[in-house]
Design a protein around this ligand. Sequence first.
Ligand code: AMP
Length: 284
Amino acid sequence: MIVVKSLEELSNNPFTSPFALVPTMGNLHEGHINLLEIAREKNFLPVVSIFVNPLQFGPNEDLDKYPRTLDNDLEILEKNNCHGVFIPQENEILKNIEPLEAPFADKLCAKSRPGHFNGVITIVNKLFEVTNPQACVFGMKDFQQQLIIQHLIKTKQYEIQFLSAPVVRDTNGLALSSRNNYLTSKQRTEASKVFTFLSEIQEEIKLSFKKQKKTLPIDLDTIKDNYVQIIENKGFKIDYLEILDSKTLEICQNNSTKILIAIAVFYKQVRLIDNLVVDLSSFS
Ligand code: AMP
């Protein structure tokens, strides 16, 4: 496994092409490892970057306590035959960085975490510039982030193939996340109800769609309002629950085919996000 820690080392093109960059903040779990598999399925060598990006954390967020487990991460990557790892120095990455503004600034996570995606896109852009990958892999768990990175690739006209990886969950359905480490195993079981709620909403949408003879609009607002109540009553504090067109993140229209159900909740003060996409075309 090739481990690169400086821009100088990077300038010698240490990674073998074609490779896919897999940006992470470390504290790796099965969700991250699956991104490596997606890269390989498409015949790209996986190169993982590990960088806890200070620009994507708000002033009252968990930057300081975010889990940093570099030695263990390297062991996991080695075991999973990762081709390369890039562990940039913060000062090198931030030096002369071009600040970028992310689209969808008034949607979902961007609303409750102002500046978060500007921080993400600024660093991912820099990682693209310095590593020069042929592809990149991002997880569906961060749905809005995926749209934003696809937009970055388009506007900058990068020749980087975008690969999307499905959400990896634990046996109870809880989406794997480094932030799950803040919860006890009992709390994680409780937190997996978030996925149960999403699945129930998905079923309701499918049922309404069938009842309405496979046409939109379904009364998505009623479904949503109903579930906001149910979820809050179960001890979760909802940041947002939205049912939107998955391409535009706007309210669903008659021609919407893929509906995004996206949620962010606080459970025991830990912010958890998850989503499901309902593909209506599969019913028509
Ligand atoms: P992070 O280290 O949390 O910044 O995540 C790095 C990458 O891993 C992002 O593309 C995430 O979307 C992806 N990722 C994290 N958790 C999961 C998961 N449970 N399933 C799929 N992808 C994930």
